[in-house]
Write a protein that binds this ligand. Structure first.
Ligand SMILES: [Zn+2]
Length: 454
């Protein structure tokens, strides 16, 4: 990562427990340890990258050695705190286990822990990416963890919990850190954007937060790049351009050209246009699949889910205008287009031109499918017909009970043989389908609910 892109992350790195966002569980437990004066000698911080493990390890180290702690928080002003913030403390050692993974490194560390703290009360060892240690190194570390000197605190941090030997885990208090939801990240970067006096809109911040994928560090790094790219104007339109996302209007239009088969020519024009513009068509298709899936989530009232990849304003628009789209059609389309995307990835085509040609062929197939009557459409038609026939039979039977003489009864039957409603339904079914239905389904009562999964 470019040095200049780390500025925001460093500038806004929390220096107090209370400034850490979203990790309430871990932070609360650590604060309780100070309240009850039960300081452990080995902690393990588990969680994805960039969510605050090292940051909290440093705050913990500061609080342990602080000369004038304020309750559970460090003062951040005494010599010890200032040195730790600057990374100059002789009592706090940050070790990257990825580049110090051998047994010799840990042996050296074991020699080192014997010395008393120089300025503060504790010697604190922060071992980042601790899962990278070799087996022998873990064994050497275990010996220290079994009988830790009173003045030593180990903070192990890892993104890969399952790679840590059970013997090590059993010696540590474990704290789990979670990915930060995009909505929390968005709020957080909004406060930073205001402090930095940047121009922004909600959609712009949404895309930055999404790009961070749960990591505060990655979000702020991307925000830094976005400030450069957009010249400090973090709007949705500029961010979409930066990440190569087309926005829902494009996808709605694209969807319409698939649904309405009279607009097919426009679909191929769009593909050609995007190809000419140098758009990454594989990404475009994936974004479109996500868009279709989001429409389905909205229909199922699941649009508040964190994983939905659409800004709030657009979700509102889709809710009001597109909720009534045929769900079955959406499912079918998302599956078809998902498979097209999957095949595209597998084929590893040599050029964007080949991708375009492949997409043209595949979309022709999708449109061809659209022009055929759907199985569920046919099934519901059969069900309607069955119900109508049944109700007609019932009518006939009811009337035959009331009618005393045979002559009248037969007249009624002739007269009411086929209701106008039934006639029109029959006429709506093309001849070949009617023949097919008769052959396949005569005598079968059909409940379309049974075929939801088709
Ligand atoms: Zn202090």
């Amino acid at each position: 990562m470019n040095e200049s892109h780390q500025v925001l992350f460093r500038k806004y790195r929390p220096q107090f427990f209370r400034d850490v966002i979203y990790q309430d569980l871990a932070v609360g437990s650590l604060q309780n340890a100070f309240k009850s004066k039960k300081i452990g000698h080995a902690y393990i911080f588990i969680g994805p990258r960039g969510v605050g493990k090292t940051t909290i390890a440093r705050i913990l180290a500061k609080r342990l050695n602080c000369e004038r702690p304020d309750g559970v928080e460090p003062c951040n002003e005494c010599n010890s705190c200032v040195e730790i913030t600057k990374g100059n403390s002789n009592d706090v050692m940050e070790i990257d286990a990825a580049s110090n993974s051998g047994v010799d490194n840990v042996r050296e560390l074991r020699e080192n822990v014997k010395f008393n703290a120089m300025g503060g009360k504790y010697r604190v060892y922060i071992l980042d990416e601790v899962h990278m240690l070799s087996g022998a190194a873990f064994n050497a570390l275990l010996k220290t963890l079994e009988e830790p000197p009173q003045h030593v605190v180990f903070i192990l941090a890892t993104t890969e919990y399952h790679k840590i030997p059970e013997t090590i885990l059993s010696r540590c208090q474990d704290f789990t850190f979670r990915k930060v939801p995009a909505s929390v990240l968005q709020q957080y970067i909004e406060t930073i954007a205001k402090k930095e006096e940047l121009k922004f809109d909600s959609e712009g911040l949404f895309w930055i937060a999404k790009k961070g994928d749960g990591s505060v560090r990655d979000t702020l790094s991307f925000m830094e790049q976005a400030v450069v790219f957009t010249d400090g104007n973090l709007t949705g339109a500029k961010l979409r351009k930066m990440i190569g996302y087309h926005g829902i209007d494009t996808f709605i239009e694209f969807l319409n050209t698939i649904i309405d088969t009279t607009k097919s020519a426009k679909l191929f024009e769009s593909l050609e246009h995007y190809f000419q513009e140098g758009v990454d068509l594989i990404k475009f298709i994936w974004d479109f699949v996500e868009f279709l899936n989001s429409l389905l989530l909205i229909q199922d009232n699941l649009s508040e889910r964190e994983s939905i990849n659409i800004p709030q304003e657009d979700i509102q628009k889709l809710k009001t205008e597109y909720r009534s789209l045929d769900k079955e059609l959406l499912i079918l389309l998302s599956e078809n287009i998902f498979l097209i995307h999957e095949k595209l990835n597998q084929m590893k085509l040599r050029s964007s031109y080949e991708v375009k040609v492949y997409l043209e062929i595949q979309f022709r197939k999708v449109i061809l499918e659209r022009e055929k009557p759907s199985v569920s459409g046919l099934l519901s038609k059969i069900s309607e017909l069955t119900k109508l026939i049944q109700s007609d039979i019932n009518n006939i039977q009811d009337q035959s009970v009331q009618l005393p003489n045979e002559k009248q009864k037969s007249e009624t039957v002739t007269e009411k043989k086929i209701s106008p409603e039934l006639k029109s339904n029959v006429l709506n079914v093309p001849l070949e389908n009617e023949k097919f239905l008769k052959e396949k389904f005569s005598g079968i009562e059909v409940d379309p609910g049974q075929f939801k999964n088709l």
